[in-house]
Design a protein around this ligand. Structure first.
Ligand SMILES: Nc1ncnc2c1ncn2[C@@H]1O[C@H](COP(=O)(O)OP(=O)(O)OP(=O)(O)O)[C@@H](O)[C@H]1O
Ligand SMILES: [Mg+2]
Length: 213
C-alpha cells in the first residue's frame, strides 16, 4: 500500500491542527501501522509535544522538522512509514503549504464552532481550491473540533456548513479537557486511560471515516 500522507491545515490559528495531528498519529500507530509526524510549523508545537513526553514507550509518536526539500523528505520517509501526518502552520500564503498540498492524499481542516471561524471558512474554500489545483486527487474534509452538544452554535454549524462546498466529516471532536491534558502531558488521549476514552473513540472514528474501515 502507498504511504498515506495526511495534512492537517487551516490558515486560522488555534483551531486544533496540532492536537488533531498528534492524536491521529497516535491512533494510527495503535490501529493501522507505523506513522511519523512532520512538523512544518515554525512555532514547533508538535516538536515541543514530543519533547514534553520524553517517554517513547508511553507516547511512541516521532516528530521530525520539515526540511526545505519536503518532497525528498517525504519520499525518504515513505520507505519507512505507513503513514505521514503533516502539522501545518496557521497560514496558506507560503509556498511550503502548497508544497504540502501537492504531496498529500488527504487534507483535514479542523474548524471551530464559532462565528469568526465560520466567517473565515471562505478562506478554507480558497485553501482547498488551491490544493486541488496543485493536486486534483487530494481528498479534503472539514473536521469539526471543540463541539459542545448543548451549545446552539455547535448545533447551528451543520446548517451553516451546508453553504460551503466542502465535505464535513460525520465524526467530530468534542470540547474535552482530555485533549488539553494530552498536550500538557506530552502524550495522546489514548494514554490517559478512562480520562481519554471518549476522546480516543472520537479519534478512532475520524481515522475510520477518513481511511475506511
Ligand atoms: N477538542 C478539543 N477540546 C478541548 N481543547 C482543545 C481541543 N482541540 C484543541 N484544544 C486546545 O485548543 C488549543 C489550540 O489547539 P492547537 O494548538 O492544537 O491548535 P492549532 O490549530 O495547532 O494552533 P496554531 O494555529 O497556533 O498552530 C490548545 O490549547 C488545545 O489543547
Ligand atoms: Mg499548531
Amino acid at each position: 500500500m502507498d504511504t498515506g500522507v495526511i495534512a492537517v491545515a487551516n490558515q486560522k490559528g488555534g483551531v486544533g491542527k496540532t492536537t488533531v495531528a498528534m492524536n491521529m498519529a497516535a491512533g494510527l500507530i495503535r490501529r493501522r501501522g507505523s506513522c511519523i509526524v512532520i512538523d512544518s510549523d515554525p512555532q514547533g508545537s508538535a516538536t515541543l509535544w514530543t519533547e514534553l513526553s520524553g517517554d517513547p514507550s508511553r507516547f511512541p509518536v516521532e516528530v521530525v522538522l520539515a526540511e526545505d526539500k519536503l518532497n525528498k523528505q517525504i519520499a525518504r520517509l515513505q520507505t519507512e512509514f505507513d503513514y505521514i501526518v503533516i502539522d501545518c502552520p496557521p497560514e496558506i500564503k507560503s509556498g511550503s503549504i502548497m508544497n504540502v498540498m501537492s504531496i498529500s492524499q488527504i487534507l483535514l481542516v479542523p474548524l471551530l464552532p464559532s462565528p469568526m471561524d465560520l466567517w473565515a471558512s471562505t478562506r478554507i474554500e480558497e485553501l482547498i481550491k488551491r490544493a486541488k489545483k496543485k493536486n486534483p486527487k487530494i481528498l479534503a474534509y472539514i473536521l469539526l473540533n471543540q463541539i459542545e452538544p448543548r451549545s446552539a452554535m455547535s448545533r447551528g454549524m451543520d446548517e451553516a456548513l451546508q453553504e460551503i462546498d466542502i465535505p464535513v466529516l460525520r465524526n467530530r471532536l468534542g470540547r474535552r479537557a482530555s485533549y488539553r491534558t494530552s498536550a500538557l502531558e506530552g502524550c495522546s488521549v489514548y494514554d490517559l486511560g478512562y480520562r481519554g476514552r471518549a476522546a480516543s473513540e472520537e479519534i478512532d472514528g475520524v481515522i475510520d471515516e477518513v481511511l475506511g474501515l
